[in-house]
Design a protein around this ligand. Structure first.
Ligand SMILES: C[S@@+](CC[C@H](N)C(=O)[O-])C[C@H]1O[C@@H](n2cnc3c(N)ncnc32)[C@H](O)[C@@H]1O
Length: 159
């Protein structure tokens, strides 16, 4: 499987970079993972009407330009569909059975994701009603993808 992680912004903290490196290593036997980071806009200091929408639009345009062709697009969205780890593994396995081996997960920045990015997604995936920082969300997603492959292969991992 070829998985693109399309993210707004870079990881800044060393401990997150270390965690990312570890999960990319763990995932290497199961999938080819490509990280694509688009530039994050500074959040507007004032509550000027439309300022946040302008940020979302700029970041959204950058994201839409980088979605690979012919892939299943999954946007991470707090208000999306919640799955258990086993259901998520089942979803990935089902895609594989249908020959859909190219996936693109999209993680927004501090401002979230623009409506047209969410509209482009085949699935809007929620990891709970909590709002996670986007940099940490990337690590949580990598861990869940790793967990899903362990479940699919029937390999031992904490369930
Ligand atoms: C700091 S959050 C954005 C907050 C923004 N105010 C919102 O409500 O969308 C940054 C990104 O992390 C991802 N994210 C954060 N919490 C999430 C959750 N519980 N489920 C799925 N994705 C989440 C989303 O892609 C989001 O765009």
């Amino acid at each position: 499987m070829h998985i693109t992680l399309l993210c707004v912004g870079k990881l800044k903290e060393d401990f997150l970079l270390l965690a990312q490196k570890e999960y990319l290593k763990r995932l290497s036997p199961y999938a080819r993972i490509e990280l694509v980071e688009v530039r994050e806009e500074s959040l507007p200091a004032s509550g000027r009407a439309g300022a946040l929408e302008a940020v979302l639009k700029k970041e959204g345009t950058r994201l839409l330009e980088r979605i690979p062709d012919n892939c299943v697009t999954i946007a991470l969205d707090r208000k999306g569909m919640m799955l258990s780890s086993k259901e998520f593994a089942g979803y990935l396995a089902e895609l594989g059975l249908r020959g859909q081996n190219k996936l693109c997960f999209i993680i927004g920045g501090s401002a979230g994701l623009a409506g047209d990015v969410l509209a482009r997604a085949s699935l809007r995936l929620s990891f709970s009603k909590f709002t996670f920082p986007h940099q940490l969300m990337r690590i949580i997603l990598l861990e869940q993808i790793y967990r899903a492959f362990k479940i699919i292969r029937g390999e031992k991992y904490h369930l």
